[in-house]
Design a protein. Sequence first.
Length: 99
Amino acid sequence: MKFIEDKKLREEMFFKLWNEEIKINTNHYELVFGNDIFIKNGITREELKEIFDFCDRYHTLFKYVYKKSDKEANEKQINYILESLKENQVFLIKHLFDY
């Protein structure tokens, strides 16, 4: 897959792919400010893995701040998010992507 040059097309493609492939409980997250994801308490490890897998799969199409990583690095991030949610109830990932 190759980077999508046209900004509007990138935005459309991102939301098309996200809506088709991300099947997690919408009560557990919210896309905010265009390119941030607000993760809420109650999200599961499997749901977070789905988000990371999506980012790994499509990182070349969009200008991600997110960088593709191995499963071990993803697991560390998922553990960190889940631990943070125990204390803070919410977790904001800034600039996950830039369409």
